[in-house]
Design a protein around this ligand. Sequence first.
Ligand code: HEC
Ligand code: HEC
Length: 328
Amino acid sequence: MVSKVVVTLRLYLCILLLCWIPKLYAFDLVHEPISPIPAASNLSPEKIELGESLFHDVRLSKDNSISCASCHNLSKGGTDNQPVSRGVNDALGSANAPTVYNSALNFMQFWDGRAFNLREQTNGPVHNPVEMNSNWPEITHKLSHDRPLSERFARLYPEGLTADNIQDAIATFEASLLTSHSPFDRWLKGDAQALSEQQIQGYRLFKSYGCISCHQGANVGGNMFAYLGAVNNVQSYFQQRGTPINPPDYGRYNVTGELEDKYLFKVPSLRLAVKTAPYFHDGSVSTLQEAIRLMARYQLGREIPDNHTEAIIIFLHSLVGEHPRLTP
Ligand code: HEC
Ligand code: HEC
C-alpha cells in the first residue's frame, strides 16, 4: 500500500516536472535583458501629423533656415551623420546628434540627461545659439500669421497655438517614431527563424563580454548613465582622440556640478547604431568597428578580436526595426 502511494507520488512529481520544463524555457526567453519595442499606442493621429509638420518647419529657427529634421533626418536613421551638428549660420555645435527614433523610450533626454522628457527636450534646440537660436514668443508670433496652421491647432487644443502645444505636438510625433518588428524582436517573441546563426552568436558575445550590463532594455540603452572609461582611464580616451577636453566631454557633471558625475553619460541606444555613424557624444569615432573596440577597452578593460567585433555588428543589424519614414 505504502509503496503504491510512493510510486503514484513519484509519477505525479515526474509529470509536474515535465510540465514545467517548457515553462522554464519560456521563462528564460521572457527574461532576456533586451525586450521588444512596444507598439506606439493611444497617440492622436492628428497630433502626430501636426507634430510631423512642425518637426520639418524651418520657422522654428531664428532665420528660417533649419528645422529639427535638418539635424535629425528621418530617412537617415534620425541623425545628420555628422560628427557634430551645424545650426543657424552654419554654427558648429559641440555634440553628436543622437537619433530621434525610439527616443520616447529613453529615461531622460540628451547625452547628459538634462531634459526629463521629450516635451522639455524641445526647449534645448530652440534656444541653443548654435542650433535654432530662437525662443517661443518669436516662434508663436511667426506661426500665428499662418492661418491654416493656427486653425489646425485650434481644432486639436482648446488653447490653440501656444508654445506648450507646439511642444506637445512635436513630442507626440516623436513618440510615434518607434521602430518595431525588428528581426531581433521577432526572435524574442518566439520566431526562431528570425535570426541567423551568426546573429545569435553575436548576441551571445554581446552578453558574454558584458555590453549588456549597460546596453539593455527595449532601447538597448537609454535607461541608465555610465562613465565613459568605466574600467579604463578616461584620460587615455581623450589622449588617443587627440583634441583637448571640452565642457561637453564632462557629461552629467554639466547638469549636477558634482565632481563624481564627470564623464558620466546616458548610455546611448544601439537600436539604430548600424545607421547612425559617427559615434560617441563627441562624434569622434567614425566606424562601428572602432566604437566597439573602444567600448571593449574603456568600458570592459578588454581587447576584442576582429571576428568578435564583426559578429556583434551582425547582431546589431538585427535590432533595426521598421517605421514608414525609415528607409531600410
Ligand atoms: C543644429 C542641429 C539640431 C537641431 C536643429 C535639432 N537638434 Fe535635436 N539634437 C542635436 C544634438 C547635437 C543633440 C545632442 C545634444 C546633447 O545631448 O548635448 C540633440 C538631441 C536631441 C534629442 C535627444 C535624444 C537622446 O537620445 O538623448 C531629441 C529627442 C532631439 N534632439 C529632438 C529634436 C527636436 C524635436 C528638434 C526641433 C525642435 C531638434 N532636435 C533640433 C542636434 C539638433
Ligand atoms: C559600463 C557601461 C558600458 C558598457 C559595458 C558598454 N557600453 Fe557602449 N556605451 C556606453 C556609454 C556611456 C556610451 C557613450 C559614450 C560616449 O558617447 O562618450 C556608449 C557608446 C556605445 C556605442 C556608440 C553609440 C552611439 O550612438 O554613439 C556603441 C556602438 C557601443 N557603446 C557598443 C558597445 C558594445 C558592443 C559593448 C560591449 C563590447 C559596449 N558598448 C559596452 C556604455 C557602455
